[in-house]
Design a protein around this ligand. Structure first.
Ligand code: ASP
Length: 439
């Protein structure tokens, strides 16, 4: 049996946090493969080491003196090394980093050093083997992750070792230069490692006790989700709920490996289980609510649209030609609406409108801005009657005007469009009716 354990930045921000992580790892011998992030914030106004590295490299790249900044990064690591009483020197590593910064080794290289150095400390602290991610995680020349080559090399390498630390967030391109995933990408590394060793579980240790039903900035102390399916999670992550990088789901999902989100500061909490499918009912009809502000609706009208074959395609072509992806497109008999991200659309607005006129020859086009979309997600909705009714009566009671409704064909989610200014109130109303009133 083996477990892959990934620790996020706040779980490794100081020696004290390292000790908590160490205790967790040593508590179970199955926790054989460890994926660390770079040190995160120690307190809310603190700066993550990854951000310090980006800033430091920015100075180096523009030919400014970056040594002071590099020294402050070094001090962050030294504090951890000293706090753990390790006889480890990072002097040589920092000399190499300084030289590479001078030679402008690239922003990706710079950012990756956060995980690389934390990995060296973690391996020394645990007495585990250190494996540089650049040797086992690969990208293709065009920058896409090379899943096949990575899995082959990584599986062979990890098969040989009982315990190892593999830093998160980066790998290498075919020419050997370092490349990182997008921000928060250590989650992806953890998932890739779990797939390579066919782990029984991928534990993702962070600073919350799991995935919350709703955003804690909107709902005070929302409940933790016990079990969520990959598909539900994807719907919620897409709509802005963040705990796990959205690309972290794919490698383990293919293998049916569950992810367990856990809290380094409360290791006894069960956390959230993310699974392929489950017969476990969620405690409430809905599993979670998430949403995003900042959408536009482009309402297109044309008499007899219903009988014009290809009308929808022509409208969407105008968006495609301008490189804009659409979120939803509810339609009526003579109306067709397209929801897009306002910031993507704004600059190209007139081009798109002209394109729709040219391609689809509509009667009118109206644009409505400052809209929010929210997703109510739950595998339980399919088998429960009246869910939509409850959502909309809750919104009506809260005096919220619903602009759009879209129920996914899987009956896993209901997407609702409201004004940006009604967004928070809408989430509260839905949380109240499905969670608070059930407590
Ligand atoms: N350290 C990187 C970041 O801050 C990657 C990670 O933590 O997952 O985005």
């Amino acid at each position: 049996m083996s477990k892959v354990v990934k620790f996020g930045g706040s779980s490794l921000a100081s020696a004290e946090q390292f000790e908590k992580a160490g205790k967790i790892i040593r508590a179970e011998k199955e926790r054989r493969y460890v994926v660390p992030s770079a040190p995160g914030k120690r307190y809310s106004k603190d700066t993550k080491v990854t951000d310090m590295l980006y800033q430091c490299y920015g100075l180096a790249e523009s030919g400014k003196d970056f040594r002071e900044k590099l020294d402050s990064i070094k001090a962050r690591y030294q504090e951890i090394v000293d706090g753990l009483s390790l006889s480890l020197s990072l002097e040589d590593e920092f000399k190499i980093i300084e030289k590479n910064f001078q030679e402008k080794a690239g922003e990706n290289y710079a950012a990756s050093r956060g995980e690389y150095l934390n990995g060296i400390i973690m391996a020394c602290y645990l007495e585990y083997e250190f494996i540089d991610a650049a040797e086992v995680i690969f990208f293709e020349e065009n920058g896409d992750f090379d899943a096949d080559r990575t899995n082959k090399v990584l599986a062979a390498r990890l098969n040989e070792c009982k315990n190892a630390v593999i830093p998160g967030f980066y790998g290498s391109l075919p020419d050997g230069t370092v490349k990182t995933f997008s921000r928060g990408g250590s989650d992806i590394t953890g998932s890739i490692v779990a797939k390579a060793v066919q782990a029984d579980v991928y534990e993702n240790w962070t600073d919350v006790s799991g995935f919350l039903i709703a955003d804690p900035r909107i709902i005070l102390n929302p409940e933790v989700i016990d079990t969520i399916t990959y598909r539900e999670l994807r719907e919620l992550s897409y709509m802005g709920a963040t705990v796990l990088h959205e690309d972290a789901i794919f490698p383990v999902r293919q293998q049916g490996i569950p992810i367990n989100i856990r809290n380094t500061n409360a290791p006894e909490d069960r956390g959230t289980w993310i699974v392929g499918s489950t017969c476990q009912k969620s405690r409430y009809v809905i599993t979670g609510i998430a949403g995003k502000k900042g959408f536009c609706a482009i309402n297109i009208e044309k008499d007899m649209m219903n009988s014009e074959i290809g009308f929808g395609r022509k409208v969407l072509q105008a968006f495609e030609e301008n490189g804009i992806s659409f979120e939803h497109s509810p339609s009526g008999i003579d109306t067709f609406t397209v929801f897009v991200h306002q910031d993507e659309f704004m600059d190209k607005e007139q081009k798109v409108v002209a394109g729709i006129h040219r391609l689809a020859n509509p009667d009118t086009i109206e644009i409505e801005s400052d809209l929010a979309l929210l997703a109510v997600v739950g595998r339980g909705m399919k088998s429960t009657r009246g869910t939509a009714g409850r959502i909309f009566s809750a919104l009506a009671h809260a005096n919220i005007n619903v602009k759009m409704i879209d129920q996914g064909s899987s009956e896993l989610n209901i997407i609702i469009g409201v004004a940006n200014s009604d967004f928070e109130a809408a989430i509260k109303a839905i949380y109240d009716i499905f969670v608070i009133s059930q407590l």
